[in-house]
Design a protein around this ligand. Structure first.
Ligand code: SAM
Length: 270
């Protein structure tokens, strides 16, 4: 079957440097007893290594031209399940329940790997944070700026809504930077690979936590008080009760301060 052209609109920069394929795979450490969800298998650079591990692999690809190629490539391996779908529409819980012969649906054995199309980085991270209880670990490639943002410490101007959301949901470890030359076609920017390990629920309602943090970062130049006031009329009292100076900017707040603050919103705790 002829290879279709790479589609820029779907973020198709395929990994061609085996060195980086191997780095990603060794960070994931696939075992035969694992179930692995791969987002955007593309031409199968990572899938091929996963296939060799004997793990049960669920590969979700949006591009209908690539799906038949992938199915053909892995037709001999009954442990590879290629699903044609937009990952943003996928409910991972139902997906894992639907696949026959799953080695295990135990979250301790379900891993996720993705060389992600950059245009969905934020949406996919939000989705994965909400469904993290299903996975033991996730190895993801993003554009380097996204990784710098999600690992930014309090006080850094890189720190934003996504940083706090990811910090609340995962332990994060950067694995490696990846140069444009590792891909075909080559992107203009560098990428980075990170490993995320899910944290247990913090006890606060995650929906209201997300609303609070996104409101707090609404306009980065404003103080936390001015950002929160439109949605939380008692923002002044909330900040005082949480021991947070209302003149501070959102980027200076540590995760624990956001959690304390979210306990003052009056929203339900879980
Ligand atoms: N994993 C392959 C590799 O490393 O060579 C391909 C990586 S390429 C950067 C991203 C892949 O994600 C492409 O195959 C693209 O078609 C697929 N993709 C883009 N948007 C998607 C979506 N919303 N859902 C599922 N797959 C998507």
């Amino acid at each position: 079957m002829k290879k279709p052209f790479a589609k820029r609109s779907l973020g198709q920069n395929f990994l061609s440097d085996l060195n980086y394929v191997n780095k990603i795979i060794s960070a994931l450490d696939p075992r035969q007893s694992d179930t692995i969800v791969e987002i955007g298998p593309g031409r199968g650079a990572l899938t091929e290594k996963l296939s060799a591990s004997g793990a049960e692999v669920i590969a979700i690809e949006i591009d209908r031209d690539l799906v038949p190629l992938l199915r053909e490539k892995f037709q001999e391996n009954t442990h590879i399940h290629v699903i044609e779908a937009d990952v943003l529409d996928v409910n991972f819980e139902s997906l894992l329940a639907e696949i026959p012969n799953l080695a295990s649906s135990d979250p301790l054995c379900v891993k996720l790997v993705a060389n992600l199309p950059y245009y969905i980085s934020t949406a996919i991270l939000q989705k994965l944070a909400g469904q993290r209880h299903l996975f033991s670990e996730l190895v993801l490639m993003f554009q380097r700026e996204v990784v710098e943002r999600i690992t930014a410490e309090p006080g850094s101007t890189e720190r934003g809504f996504l940083t706090v959301l990811v910090e609340a949901a995962f332990e994060t470890k950067k694995i490696t930077d990846v140069p444009p030359t590792a891909f075909r076609p080559q992107p203009k920017i560098w990428s980075s690979v990170v490993r995320l390990r899910p944290k247990p629920a913090s006890g606060v309602d995650e929906e209201s936590f997300t609303r609070l943090v996104s409101t707090g970062f609404n306009q980065k130049r404003k103080t936390i008080l001015n950002n929160l006031k439109p949605l939380y009329p008692n923002a002044g009292e909330m900040l005082e009760a949480a021991g947070i100076d209302p003149r501070r900017r959102a980027e200076t707040l540590a995760l624990e301060e956001w959690i304390t603050l979210s306990r003052q919103t009056g929203d339900r705790e879980v």
